[in-house]
Unconditional design. Structure first.
Length: 96
């Protein structure tokens, strides 16, 4: 059987936060940038930023789209590249 590896099944984008200390994400395509205060990821639903203190990536598997983050999670937001940044950062949705 000839498999076409260029066809990629899009994983669902799921976020699970446990006690603001552990975040499990699915549907992550790439980690763009990270430090102990912010992690920027490209997901199947857009660019996502996670803010906090002492953040570190415990698990990164872009083959299956899974990322696990630990640390003090203070917020998250989706970035809409077509509009200027605003002060409202929590769960800002991408405009269609």
């Amino acid at each position: 059987m000839n498999e076409d590896k260029s066809l990629k099944i899009q994983a669902p984008h799921i976020i699970n936060i446990q006690n603001r200390k552990t975040m499990v994400l699915n549907g992550v395509e790439d980690v763009v940038n990270f430090d102990e205060y912010s992690i920027l990821m490209q997901t199947v639903s857009g660019t996502l930023s996670v803010d906090g203190i002492g953040l570190h990536i415990v698990k990164l598997n872009v083959d299956n789209g899974e990322v696990i983050i630990e640390g003090e999670i203070n917020g998250m937001f989706y970035i809409d590249e077509s509009e200027p940044p605003s002060g409202n950062k929590f769960f800002r949705r991408k405009q269609k």
